[in-house]
Design a protein around this ligand. Structure first.
Ligand code: FAD
Length: 455
């Protein structure tokens, strides 16, 4: 029997028993069937039922609701997403990029509104985010980045540079020279959000079948080992797992991010560290790092990024895997005060990397198969906007959301193996080397940077 609770710190701290809901058996009918009960699937169901109470919405989930990335992430509910800045950089797409950016800012508040309305206590705290600079080059780049954002029309209420002393008022990190700050991020307990959403969707009439991995998707139908659901629309909300579904192997590459959580820190340590507003924080590395102060006074921190040949997905990792020591070292290099603090939890999980590095949403009116995701590790907030937009589209609502640039863009195909593995592994190696050169105060190799750009 699979011990779901052991698969992330967040799942282990839920005060519910995680008992499986019944599996799909036999033939069922629905108006919309959603494959995958993570944030994307559940937000889609939530807004569909909001638009049309009584709509027959069913979800098929391979494990339990929230067992995917939604129940194991870093808990940054972000008003940002990959793919927005290229839109802003091009004058022809800037307006759409700005509309998407504003909609993403708003979705952080929307998550809070829904949680309040529906009684989901996900420890939501909108303390913003700090992206720390630790060498001069990073400082210059971040100051230039804020200037660029201002040029595109953002204000200091959206993005600002904090000087070293301003950073120290919020967070004392080793060698911190300042930070890029944005208020549009909240720290949450991710599993409480996804499990709470599942309960709300059920209370509104949505049906969730667990332990029901979908093996085949056809127009108007999904099939599991023991049953089928026929529906007017089929929605694929499987993000990093999408490559495991026949016919979708090259749509998404699963990348694994790894996390650790400390024991609860003493009041003295918190006094020294800061994060009084539970600001989320990150280092400046190319291989993303991300941390938050949890509501129970720990630090949850993640990093790395592993790809397994053939788009393999892993959900369970040995706590003695050396990768966790690398994540801990990364945390200690930012906060050396934590050197003697115990790491009590170690886990990881897959996130979806689309070929063009941009989240997307497609809803094909002919096949009536829709698909959404590809957030590159930034889907906690964005999935709310995605699910809401998908619900608008499927129920024929002409909102501003359905005109956002990521709608209808579709998902391009990844290269077949071994090219996919070679490309992703080479990019990761280049990022790792550049990070190490920069951390050592050296000048990053231009050759390596250009290789990375091409990859
Ligand atoms: C370690 C880690 C840290 C992260 N940190 C952050 C962060 O701090 N902030 C942020 O914004 N994003 C973060 N992310 C990314 C974020 O968690 C995801 O973008 C988001 O959860 C995606 O939600 P989803 O519903 O699309 O996918 P998922 O939550 O992965 O849901 C997909 C669901 O589909 C199910 N499934 C798969 N195959 C099938 C099948 N064949 N049949 C039925 N069901 C199936 C899975 O079991 C899963 O429950 C992180 C991800 C990871 C792994």
């Amino acid at each position: 029997m699979r011990d779901f609770r052991s698969e992330s710190f967040w799942l282990s701290t839920l005060d519910e028993d995680l008992a499986l809901r019944p599996a799909l058996e036999g033939l069922e009918e629905a108006d919309v069937v959603i494959v995958g009960a993570g944030y994307t699937g559940l937000w889609t169901a939530y807004y569909l039922l909001e638009h049309e109470p009584g709509l027959r919405v069913a979800l098929c989930e391979a494990g339990i609701a929230g067992i995917g990335a939604s129940g194991r992430n870093g808990g940054w509910c972000m008003g940002m997403a990959e793919g927005v800045e290229p839109l802003l950089a091009d004058p022809e797409t800037r307006e759409g990029g700005m509309a998407l950016s504003r909609a993403l800012f708003d979705c952080v508040d929307e998550v809070e509104r829904v949680c309040e309305r529906e009684g989901i206590d996900c420890h939501f705290k909108k303390g913003g985010t700090l992206q720390v600079a630790r060498v001069e080059k990073q400082k210059e780049e971040q100051i230039a980045h804020v200037a660029q954002m201002t040029d595109w029309g953002f204000s200091p209420d959206d993005y600002q540079w904090l000087s070293e002393s301003e950073l120290n008022e919020r967070l004392r990190v080793s060698g911190g020279l300042g930070a890029l700050y944005s208020p549009h991020v909240a720290a949450i307990h991710p599993a409480r959000l996804v499990r709470g959403l599942a309960r709300v969707v059920e209370s509104r009439g949505g049906r969730i079948f667990e332990n029901s991995a979908v093996r085949q998707i056809r127009p108007g139908e999904v099939e599991t080992d023991q049953g089928r659901i026929q529906a007017d629309w089929v929605v694929l909300a499987t993000e990093a797992y999408t490559a495991q579904i026949p016919g979708y192997k090259r749509r998404m590459a699963p990348i694994h991010s790894m996390m650790v959580a400390t024991e609860p820190l003493s009041a003295d340590l918190w006094e020294e560290i800061g994060l009084g507003e539970r600001e989320t924080f990150a280092g400046p590395e190319l291989i993303a790092t991300y941390g938050q102060r949890t509501a129970d006074g720990r630090i949850a921190y993640g990093s790395r990024g592993l790809y397994y040949y053939g788009s393999g997905v892993r959900e369970r990792f040995s706590p003695t895997d050396p990768i966790f020591e690398q994540v801990r070292e990364s945390l200690i290099s930012l906060l050396p005060l934590l050197r003697d603090v115990e790491i009590t939890h170690r886990w990881g999980g897959p996130l979806g990397l689309p070929r063009d590095r941009t989240p997307a949403l497609s809803a094909d009116r002919e096949t009536r198969i829709a698909m959404a995701g590809g957030y590159l590790g930034e889907g906690v907030g964005a999935s709310n906007l995605m699910g809401r937009t998908l619900a608008d589209l499927l129920s024929g609502q002409e909102t501003d959301r359905v005109r956002l640039p990521w709608v209808g863009k579709g998902f391009s195909q990844w290269e077949p193996e071994p090219l996919r593995w070679m490309g992703i592994t080479a990019a990761r190696t280049a990022m790792d080397r550049l990070d190490k050169q920069e951390a050592a105060g050296g000048v990053p190799s231009r050759w390596m940077e250009s290789v990375l750009d091409r990859l």
